[in-house]
Design a protein. Structure first.
Length: 254
């Protein structure tokens, strides 16, 4: 099922995508919910982020092809950072260029997983039961900030400007990452095309290992990392992240 959140006029709601319509639900996205019987046209709605995470966790160096190309050693454990919750942006929302930063801003097309039930120190075997589903993400990055100060890498700052945490449009609950490709198009030109099966740490391993560091709550999002093809964006450029079986996340930069 493809779950989404939407805004229609003054109201916000959630439901499942049924072709060009949304079957509206009531209740809790991660708890008990049921259809209301109302169906609304997608064209009449404003997309919201498909959930509202308390935290968004991003992986670095989690794809083998990128590590080999860049000469990076394979990590012994997941290497991750946090993106501020204020950085979240939805499908169709413009990605804003930071007003006080004039350096390069890069796209990073990624698979994201959404936690469905609280996970604390769970095993790899138990981890899938804590995953609600998967969505597309664009881990936008102010490239030159990370290493600007050699004494302190600024991962959180470089990743957390407003609208830099883009994900959506839907959460797909029936998804096999091992059989899917991710493609990123910038201005209509394909820049990334890689198999999600190339991950060093699978979604289940990520949930298990990270849950031993911090409790993961329903709605939390883990960005699984990116592979080859990351480049800066030019203002006015449309960026699309497409994942087989999930959909297309589309945003205009600048």
């Amino acid at each position: 099922m493809k779950w989404l959140r939407f805004k229609q006029g003054a109201r916000e709601g959630f439901g499942t995508l049924q072709g060009e319509e949304v079957s509206v639900h009531e209740g809790d996205l991660f708890g008990a919910s049921q259809p209301t019987g109302e169906r609304v046209a997608v064209a009449s709605l404003e997309w919201l982020t498909p959930c509202v995470p308390a935290k968004m966790i991003g992986l670095w160096n989690n794809f083998n092809a990128a590590a080999e190309k860049n000469g990076w050693a394979r990590p012994a454990e997941p290497l991750y950072f946090l993106k501020a919750s204020s950085s979240l942006a939805a499908h169709g929302q413009a990605i804003q260029a930071p007003a006080h930063y004039d350096g390069r801003v890069a796209y990073e097309g990624e698979l994201a997983l959404v936690i469905g039930q609280a996970a604390r120190a769970v095993s790899v075997e138990a981890a899938p039961s804590h995953i609600f589903g998967y969505t597309c993400a664009n881990d936008v990055t102010a490239m030159e900030l990370i290493a600007r100060d050699p004494s302190f890498p600024q991962w959180a700052r470089a990743k957390s400007f407003d609208t830099f945490g883009v994900f959506g449009p839907v959460i797909e609950t029936d998804f096999d990452f091992s059989k899917a490709l991710l493609r990123t198009r910038v201005g209509g030109r394909e820049r990334q095309n890689y198999p999600l099966s190339d991950m060093t740490f699978s979604p289940a391993e990520l949930v298990s290992r990270i849950s031993h560091d911090m409790t993961l709550q329903p709605g939390d999002v883990i960005l699984c990392g990116t592979s080859l093809g990351v480049l800066p964006m030019k203002p006015g450029t449309e960026v699309e992240v497409e994942i087989d079986g999930i959909g297309v996340l589309k945003n205009l930069y600048g």
